[in-house]
Design a protein around this ligand. Sequence first.
Ligand code: NAD
Ligand code: MG
Length: 398
Amino acid sequence: MNTAQDIRRVAVLGATGSIGASALDVIARHPQQLQACVLAAGSNVDALLDLCRIHRPAHAVIADPALFTRLRDGLREAGLGTEAHAGANALDTLAAGDACDTVVAAIVGAAGLSSTLAAARAGKRLLLANKESLVLAGELLTREAAAAGAEIIPIDSEHNAIFQCLRSRDARVEAGVRRIILTASGGPFRGRSRAELETVTPAQAVAHPKWSMGPKISVDSATLMNKGLEVIEAHHLFGVPGARIDVLVHPQSLVHSLVEFIDGSTLAQLGLPDMRTTLAVGLGWPRRIESGVAGLDLLRQGRLDFEAPDLDAFPCLRLAWQAMEAGGSAPAILNAANEVAVSAFLQGRTGFLSIPALVEHALSTLPHAAADTLDTLLAADARARQITETAIARLPHA
Ligand code: NAD
Ligand code: MG
């Protein structure tokens, strides 16, 4: 990748977030090979402008249309040639358009689905961090990506590890794979009983022991919903049924996941918990490129421990498994109810244990429809948000 036409032109959607920062860090290390051409954020214009000053993209998008003039004027004042855009449609158009050949899908939540789908339909290389879009519409997304020749490279560390072990996304039995084993750190509350979780606070929940991440995924890690979403994600990415996916708690977060083959071999990928590694894999693949992450000193780390997940204290993992088995709109309902419940928890409107209770309420109240179209899935998502908001309004204040 040395000539001008070999430069990978990257759109970073969710540029102001945690994954966005890691992606831009790796991109900036390879100015001859990688260029940040499109930067997009939800509503933080000042942070987006700061990034534009550093990375000088051709386009900047702010999802909130009310912020368009601030973005446009800020770019002008900074003397940048970056073109300003606003709104969800602009995001989809740029993700699908000629300004980029590679899209880092790093928006948080179902809000990322539309642009992720747009990139997939346009046949881009898709570095997929936004796991919620796979949970919500995994079949549709993987089908459309395959039809358009879009190459999906998972960025979630576990799925990136499996991708590296397989050197592809083919984990079918015919490919010799017996099972895949997702590792989980166990989050900040590993080892606590259900009763001990009653009074935990948002600040405690987002203080992850191993990874530095955005607030929503940090809470998901604390409830183990993150691992539940990842089981569904793995099912769609690698084409394996739930019965061949296992979860193993590994507090050191150095083994990022494992693949067991029919000949008895198990391959694992190890590394320090730093998302720049997975982004470098996605940006350089099939080549290896520098990420800024140091190698793993196992002698210094000392030991690797493994234990079973505690489904009594962390019922979200069980709920996700059940939603995956139920199929249809159930995973969309699970995801939407969880997004609303996590947001309420972060705002101090509900307690920690209300998160699984609210998700269970949505799953048991709403019918699980067959869900082969985007409209059915989005309708299920909207309905689940609504009934979860209503349920929160009825809760005694946390
Ligand atoms: P974050 O909260 O740090 O960043 C989210 C980004 O999304 C921000 O740039 C924000 O501006 C943007 N955004 C939010 N709503 C938007 C909207 N409606 N339209 C456009 N942009 C919007 O989150 P994060 O931790 O970087 O996570 C991003 C995604 O990556 C999530 O799906 C998460 O599950 C996944 N992921 C993150 C990590 C990690 O280490 N942070 C690891 C694995 C997977
Ligand atoms: Mg993960």
